[in-house]
Write a protein that binds this ligand. Sequence first.
Ligand SMILES: *Cc1c(COP(=O)(O)O)cnc(C)c1O
Length: 402
Amino acid sequence: MKENIQEIPAIAGGTPVRDTKISYGHQYLDEADYQAVLDVLKNGPLTCGPKIEELEDKLCRITGARHAVSVSNGTAALHIACLAAGVGEGDEVITTPITFAASANCALYCGAKPVFADINEKTYEIDPASVESCITEKTKAVVAVDYTGQSADLKALRKICDEHKLVLITDGAHSIGTFYDGKPTGSIADMTTFSFHPVKTVTAGEGGAVMTDSDELYKRLVLFSKHGITRNPDWLENVPDGPWYYEQIELGYNYRMTDIQAALLISQLDKLEMFKARRKEIVKRYNEAFSRIPQIMVQEEIPDSDTTRHLYILRIRPERLSIGRKEFFEALGAENICCNVHYIPTYYFPYYQRLGYKKGLCPKAEKLYEEIMSLPLYYAMSDKDVEDVITAVKKIAAYYAV
Ligand SMILES: *Cc1c(COP(=O)(O)O)cnc(C)c1O
């Protein structure tokens, strides 16, 4: 099984920088989180209870948005955002390929076609000029992604969407806590979706939310996340038969979050500032160190932004190394630094290839994919962990420098 191990230039010589493994991301839970969950388990209700309202109020306070709709995960959030936007059969939705598949799948769920715009090669965010070139008479919405946690170029995207009467959705799965142009993520696009999966900055185990300022979109988001059923007297279409009365007025889904998850997330959000501060500190340290290594390229920050970074992207300059990304990734693994790659361009996947998408569609995104890996970045990393990562990157870059 291991006979060809010598052929893989995994170790850049000497002993590994660390003797214990460190992974790219990990949740941080404390006693307050455990107590919050226990309290709901002991005193209930387990779902449709007061924790949901408390959470939604808190998300509105943090993001400055007027409405929040909590859901079971970030994918469900994207699905109902597309439904609320009126995305349907025959429509097109523009997004980036450098994201988790859900950012494009949400269009497919609605019978629409995802159209992939290319990225900005410096910030790695969806490129507004490319978005504009993808617009046709069928385009209904843009799903921008706050890739790595920094905002997409929302000023430019807002202008394009207004001009072409498109709904602007931001997939903010990475960006809770980020500010752009002085405003928090969640208050800028027509709708912003969040994910609270354990690798994200704050977690509910599984969870998601959609933020909006629009009363009309809010109504549709609530309906699509709760079977299309309502008791709200302002929303009923017919005269109630009696006090028990409710109506189904849309074809919705059961995408509810439980109060158990909401209680955990409320407690996690109390730590958002703390999480944000530490993440920023680690990113600053990485940027300082890596900007001095000629074999590495540092992601450029979007102007006017204050970023809570979810992912730290290490990008190699292949022309200055005798190895490629795969070997660099393996060499980091040999130093016990366990990375990941975010992301494989969505349309590379067999499912998308079968739908007729061809490689070559977004050259800058494809080049980025060849050169990146995500380094460890999470709240509980110690200073020593951070320095170990830097030492390992330096060691490999120097060993394979050309
Ligand atoms: C995590 C993630 C999602 C999906 O969120 P889930 O809560 O896992 O469904 C969507 N988009 C992006 C960019 C993500 O990182």
